[in-house]
Design a protein around this ligand. Structure first.
Ligand SMILES: NC(=O)c1ccc[n+]([C@@H]2O[C@H](COP(=O)([O-])OP(=O)(O)OC[C@H]3O[C@@H](n4cnc5c(N)ncnc54)[C@H](OP(=O)(O)O)[C@@H]3O)[C@@H](O)[C@H]2O)c1
Length: 338
């Protein structure tokens, strides 16, 4: 891949659909570094469903990406030139360099140093990174999963959902996934070791499938979707159930839809429902990644990647992710591994 710099900048806002032409690939100057800075060559770019919210001009947990600015995003890259005391040339870093081929950093947008000996470096963006940590916080801290529990998770074949199912199994719980399509259902069962998986596209109502898959009800519910899938699982929770609200990819962000209200189920089942953002748990990242790495080394954590090649493929790949067409963690290969 070439050594010229490029950025992908934001040109418009979703209305509410995210289209590839909201972005434009532009040539950019090759940046020069000053004392205390380093030059990073981006190798991997992570795509997130949350990007729909990051570029929308609607209330969210962060300020919208400005029009004309490079799109923000989590990256893995190589330090190729350094005048920074902590990051010598050759260091592999996971940071927030965004949709660029090269970026200057003073270290403030670096999340951690990646150990290439542990696993392929792209895993620092998913199973051994943000997605894995999200699964961990939601299932262990919010749902307080324990051995013998039945765990239900939506987007079960995806980057977060697949780790939720595998952590549940590693901790002695039963894992039941909800996912879209026969191939994703097969992946849940055969590659990620779920005890049961339901293809929500195969039936108008996933209720009967859930009944068959959860004869003892549901103790922990890790929801990534909202809408009808959420409603169906909520109808089957046990007394004392714990529900982690992690994402709402199946719901429009604006205007918010109206549906069944959860009040009765939460009251009658004395259940607890709690939303969480992984951004609030960055201080625990090292500890959580250490635990995930242990499971990975012991063979408890498998992963799948859905890779497109070249920075300019990012807009189309994001549109595909938001339409649910990814099978595995959506990644863009921006440069070659060192
Ligand atoms: N709270 C946090 O801090 C946090 C952090 C990271 C991610 N998340 C959330 O976790 C969820 C999963 O993210 P991920 O990165 O792991 O993505 P992913 O699951 O790898 O990919 C997204 C998946 O969403 C599913 N989906 C369900 N309904 C959909 C719909 N109406 N339109 C499009 N896709 C739909 C699709 O899988 P199916 O075909 O199986 O439906 C799609 O493949 C998202 O809701 C995301 O926002 C939250």
């Amino acid at each position: 891949m070439s050594d010229e710099n490029r950025h992908v900048v934001l040109r418009g806002r979703p209305d509410p659909a995210v289209r590839a032409d909201l972005f434009e690939t532009v040539d950019a100057e090759m940046p020069r570094i000053a004392d205390g800075q380093m030059l990073i060559r981006v190798i991997w770019l992570s795509l997130e469903p949350a990007m729909r919210g990051w570029i929308a001009d609607a209330p969210n947990y962060s300020q919208p990406v400005p029009i004309g600015a490079p799109m923000t995003g989590f990256t893995v890259g190589e330090v190729v030139e350094s005048r920074h005391p902590r990051y010598p040339a050759g260091t592999i870093v996971q940071g927030r360099q965004g949709w660029r081929r090269f970026a200057v950093s003073d270290g403030s947008d670096i999340d951690r140093v990646v150990d290439p000996a542990l696993a392929p470096i792209s895993t620092a963006l998913h199973v051994l990174g943000m997605n894995g940590a999200t699964a961990y916080v939601g299932l262990v801290d919010v749902c307080r999963v324990k051995a013998g529990d039945t765990v239900a998770v939506t987007t079960a074949a995806g980057a977060v959902g697949s780790v939720v199912g595998q952590i549940a199994k590693a901790l002695g719980a039963r894992a039941v996934g909800v996912t879209g399509g026969p191939e994703k259902r097969r992946i849940c069962l055969e590659e990620f070791g779920f005890d049961a998986a339901i293809d929500y596209k195969a039936a108008e109502d996933i209720g009967p499938g859930l009944d068959a898959a959860t004869p003892d009800g549901i103790d922990c519910f890790f929801d990534n979707v909202g809408g009808a899938q959420f409603d169906a699982v909520l109808d089957r929770i046990n007394v004392g159930a714990r529900i982690a609200i992690c994402g709402t990819i199946g719901m429009p962000s604006f205007p918010l839809p109206v549906g069944p209200r959860p009040n009765r189920q939460l009251l009658v089942k004395r259940a607890r429902m709690e939303g969480f953002l992984i951004l609030d748990h960055y201080d625990r990242f090292a500890e959580i990644v250490e635990r995930l790495s242990g499971w990975y080394r012991d063979g408890h954590l498998k992963y799948r990647e859905d890779v497109t090649v070249g920075l300019d493929t990012a807009p189309d790949a994001l549109v595909a992710l938001l339409a649910g067409r990814n099978t595995g963690k959506a990644l863009v290969r921006v440069g070659d591994d060192p």
